[in-house]
Design a protein around this ligand. Structure first.
Ligand code: B12
Length: 233
C-alpha cells in the first residue's frame, strides 16, 4: 500500500462513519474501536457523536428499512455504539455540573433515547444539570416539573407515534403555566420540522450542537459552547 493509499484508508473524514459501520456490521468490534480511537486523536469528542455515531446509527435504520440488514445487525451496531459513546463521553462531559436544570424524557412508548442522551451530554458539557424522568406519564411530568422547577423540559420523539403524546404533555405543561422552556427534537421532528410549532414547543433543533446554539441567546452565561465549531464541522 502506498503512503497516500494508507492515509486514505486510515484518515478520518466525513465518510468515516461508513467504515465504522461496516466494521461493526462485519462484527469487527476491535476494528471499529480503532476508528473511534483514531477519531479521538483528530476530532473533538462532540464531533464524534455527531459525525461518526449519529450517521452510523441512522445508516443502520435506512438499511434495515430497505430490508438489507437484519434487526440483529442493527442491534449489534447500536449496542457497540452505545459502549463507545461511554468512552467518548468521558472526554468532554464533566462529572458534576452546577448550572440550569433540564428534565429529559422520551415521549409515549419511545425507546429511541440515544439522541436525547447525546443532547444531554452536550448540555452537561455546557454545565447544565440533567434530571431523567423515571416515567413519562402525564401526571409524573406535571408533578416533577412543578416540584423541581426546571429551566427546560426536553422531549424526544423518535417515532411518528410519539407526536400525539408529546402534544398532550405540552398542553398539560402550558395549562398549569409551566414557566420554563419546552424543547422537542428527535427523528420525528427532523422528518417534519413544522411539528415543533404545531406542538406549541418553544424550541427545537436538528442535533445536539444546534440545540446549544439555539439555547445560547436565552442563557447567555451558558458555559462551554465556544468550541461548538469543532463539534459539528
Ligand atoms: C437505534 C434504533 C432503535 C433502538 C433504540 C435504542 C435506544 N436506546 O435508543 C431500538 C432497537 C430500541 C429501536 C426500536 C424500534 N425502532 Co428504531 N431505530 C433506531 C435507529 C437505527 C437509530 C436511532 C438513533 O439512535 N439515531 C441516532 C441519534 C443520535 O439520532 P437522533 O435520535 O435523531 O437524535 C439527534 C436529533 O434528532 C436530536 N434530538 C434527539 N432528541 C432530541 C430532543 C430535543 C429536545 C432536541 C432539541 C433534539 C433532539 O439530537 C440528537 C443528537 O444530535 C433509527 C434509524 C434512524 N434513521 O433514525 C430507527 C428508527 C427510528 N426505528 C424505527 C422503528 C420502526 C422502531 C421500532 C418500532 C421497531 C420495531 N418494529 O420494534 C421499535 C420502536 C420502539 C419504541 N417503542 O420506540 C423507525 C421509525 C419509523 C417512524 N417513521 O416512526 C426508524 C426510523 C428505522 C426505520 N427506518 O424504519 N430502534
Amino acid at each position: 500500500m502506498t503512503g497516500a493509499t494508507s492515509q486514505l484508508h486510515s484518515g478520518i473524514g466525513p465518510r468515516t462513519y461508513r467504515r465504522y459501520w461496516l466494521r461493526l456490521y462485519r462484527r469487527d468490534v476491535e476494528g471499529a474501536r480503532e476508528i473511534v480511537v483514531r477519531a479521538l486523536s483528530q476530532w473533538a469528542p462532540q464531533r464524534i457523536y455527531l459525525r461518526l455515531f449519529e450517521p452510523a446509527l441512522n445508516l443502520s435504520g435506512t438499511l434495515f428499512a430497505k430490508g438489507r440488514i437484519t434487526y440483529h445487525d442493527e442491534h449489534f451496531v447500536t449496542h457497540h455504539t452505545l459502549r463507545f459513546m461511554r468512552t467518548v463521553r468521558r472526554r468532554f462531559v464533566p462529572r458534576e455540573t452546577f448550572g440550569p436544570l433540564a428534565l429529559a424524557t422520551g415521549v409515549g412508548q419511545e425507546s429511541h433515547l440515544i439522541g436525547l442522551r447525546m443532547v444531554c451530554d452536550f448540555l452537561r458539557w455546557a454545565n447544565w444539570r440533567i434530571h431523567w424522568l423515571t416515567s413519562n406519564d402525564r401526571a409524573v411530568v406535571a408533578e416533577t416539573s412543578a416540584r423541581l422547577a426546571p429551566d427546560a423540559v426536553l422531549l424526544s420523539l423518535g417515532t411518528d407515534g410519539s407526536v400525539i403524546p408529546a402534544g398532550r404533555l405540552i398542553a398539560d405543561l402550558r395549562r398549569w403555566g409551566f414557566p420554563g422552556l419546552i424543547a422537542v427534537g428527535g427523528r420525528a421532528i427532523n422528518c417534519d420540522p413544522r411539528r415543533a410549532e404545531e406542538l406549541n414547543a418553544d424550541l427545537s433543533a436538528p442535533n445536539a450542537a444546534a440545540f446549544l446554539r439555539a439555547l445560547r441567546p436565552r442563557f447567555p452565561t451558558m458555559r462551554g459552547t465556544r468550541d461548538l465549531a469543532g463539534a459539528d464541522a
